[in-house]
Write a protein that binds this ligand. Structure first.
Ligand SMILES: Cc1cc2nc3c(=O)[nH]c(=O)nc-3n(C[C@H](O)[C@H](O)[C@H](O)COP(=O)(O)OP(=O)(O)OC[C@H]3O[C@@H](n4cnc5c(N)ncnc54)[C@H](O)[C@@H]3O)c2cc1C
Length: 512
């Protein structure tokens, strides 16, 4: 009988470097590298053509890397169990290799179905961790140490040669324009490992020098943030290799360098330290989803169920989605997201805070919409951040961002606003943050959709009432024990500096 066939199932790990399942499968016999385009997945409300476009680039490069080693990528369109069953019928005995995935409910249920199918046919499925997420974790107490240990493990070299099975035809890669992937989109960041490595290099060499200084600025942050999120989400780079490259650069920065002053080297090191924290937050949030997949559909703290759902205002939702709320920075952030598929952390948080508090929209409606716009959609981070920025975890400090204060702080001259909201292009800096106060506001730009102060008061009162309910603290403690980080700040967005504007517009941040 022919050697057993080893199927390496590529999912959100589109690389051959530091890919343990591929390396292990190569030791076991002939390898069939497989990517499955699953129509069920692509019809979900949180998947989009933007994601496919990025993946499409990645698959092109992955195919070339694999082919150069002897076993080209085989692509199949269909549901996973059907695809595996067809391969089983062709090859008889197979073994399955993949990384563990912490995805949405659909991929979780699909993996369960694959497991059932494997069991029914006595097929071994070897799954390997891909980042800091620990499956079946009993307690969060030691999680940080386990993650650190994983991050320091040596990288797995890409195999030199891959023994291919007899010729297996691949289906063509569906084009980026295939209607299966949903609506048309504008620009998409290029995918593929070369792009990922180039972003990593330029960030570590130069761009990180202004990382923390610009991280919250809506325009310039696009240049000084790493822009690795989509590469990490689809695995063109492994989180371990990004972490190790950053630590190596940190070590270099302790050596005397005639091209850099000590102060600059120290500031660069601080920036890289902040970046490393975010890489850890990434795993931390994904770990939460791994432990509690229900957070895709339910508030982390049950007291917040039913709070916003009955009040859903479809007109508000439309205005927010299209960037016509009458708050310039909100509209500019949303419109820029439509164009670029990326915005910085602060703008993401502000957009969600505005939708959840000011417009009182349920996060379950807004989260999938934005997931489709983000090239870097990563369910674990996304869902946790949506819940946090909507005040429904019961354990995090509530932050209600004032759109006007954010605008004054982070786009003081209104450059970003003018770039994305052409109706305000000729508005002077004096009025750009609050055009409704102008003697003659632009006729083609809407008045504010809600009154900021009244909306905040309403939201605060609603949330306070829920927090006063009997048993609120008991439930909150359960959430802390199960999911919360044991480290300072790990669970939050970056610790905030005191406001610098002389008299800040009201911004609400309260611990109840
Ligand atoms: C409502 C909301 C939704 C978000 N959804 C996503 C998402 O779907 N996918 C995603 O990758 N990030 C998400 N983030 C986190 C963050 O905004 C992005 O990771 C970041 O802006 C990506 O740009 P970057 O790679 O240049 O980040 P950098 O600042 O260079 O950070 C490096 C990496 O660290 C991780 N990271 C950074 N910030 C955070 C954070 N606050 N929490 C967890 N991990 C972090 C990301 O993997 C990122 O690529 C979300 C934030 C909010 C407020």
């Amino acid at each position: 009988m022919a050697d057993q066939l080893n199927i390496v199932w590529f999912k959100r790990d589109l690389r051959v470097h530091d890919h343990a399942p591929l390396a292990q499968a190569c030791l076991s016999g002939p390898v069939l590298p497989l990517y499955i385009v699953e129509p069920g997945y692509w019809s979900l409300p949180d998947s989009s053509r933007r994601h496919w476009s990025f993946i499409h680039d990645c698959l092109g490069e992955l195919h070339a890397e694999l082919a150069a080693r002897g076993a080209p990528l085989i692509l199949r369109v269909g549901e996973a169990v059907d695809v595996f069953e067809a391969l089983r019928q062709t090859f008889g005995t197979i073994k399955l290799w993949s990384h563990e995935e912490t995805g949405n409910d659909w991929t979780f249920r699909r993996d369960k179905a694959v497991k059932v199918w494997c069991r029914a046919h006595s097929i071994a499925w070897h799954e390997t961790p891909t980042n800091g997420v620990v499956r079946a974790l009993k307690s969060r107490d030691n999680w940080a140490a386990q993650r650190s240990q994983r991050m320091t493990m040596p990288l797995v070299p890409a195999p030199d040669r891959i023994q291919a099975p007899i010729h297996v035809p691949s289906q063509p890669r569906p084009p980026k324009s295939d209607p299966m992937f949903g609506d048309e989109i504008l620009f998409v960041q290029s995918g593929g490992r070369k792009e990922g490595l180039s972003a990593l290099d330029s960030f570590l060499e130069t761009r990180a020098s202004k990382y923390m200084q610009t991280i919250s600025k809506p325009g310039i942050s696009a240049r000084h943030c790493s822009r690795l999120s989509a590469h990490l989400a689809f695995g063109t780079l492994s989180s371990r290799e990004v972490e190790q490259a950053t630590r190596a650069r940190l070590r270099d920065l302790t050596e005397p360098d005639p091209g850099m002053s000590d102060d600059d080297a120290q500031s660069f090191r601080k920036n890289l330290g902040a970046f490393l924290s975010r890489l850890a937050w990434r795993c931390h949030f994904m770990q939460k989803l791994e432990q509690q997949p229900e957070i895709e559909f339910h508030c982390t703290h049950p007291a917040f169920e039913g709070m916003r759902e009955p009040h859903f205002n479809a007109d508000f939702f439309e205005a927010w989605k299209s960037g016509h709320t009458g708050y310039p920075l909100i509209d500019a952030a949303m419109r820029s997201l439509h164009v670029n598929g990326w915005i910085n952390f602060r703008m993401r948080a502000m957009l969600v805070s505005f939708a959840s508090y000011h417009l009182w929209l349920d996060w379950r409606q807004t989260a999938p919409y934005v997931a489709r716009l983000f090239t870097d959609y990563e369910p674990g981070i996304h869902l946790c951040q949506f819940q946090m920025q909507s005040g429904v975890t019961g354990i995090n400090t509530l932050r209600i961002y004032s759109p006007v204060k954010q605008s004054l702080d982070h786009d003081p001259e209104g450059k970003f606003i003018r770039r994305y909201v052409p109706e305000l292009f000729n508005v002077s800096t004096q009025w750009i943050h609050e055009p409704w106060r102008m003697p003659e506001p632009p006729a083609d730009y809407p008045s504010p959709i809600v009154n900021h102060d009244r909306a905040m008061q309403f939201a605060r009162a609603q949330i306070a009432a829920r927090r006063k309910k009997p048993d609120f603290q008991v439930e909150a403690r359960k959430v802390v024990n199960k999911l919360a980080s044991r480290a300072k700040h790990t669970d939050r967005d970056p610790p905030r500096k005191k406001p610098v504007s002389p008299k800040p517009k009201t911004q609400l941040s309260f611990d109840l």
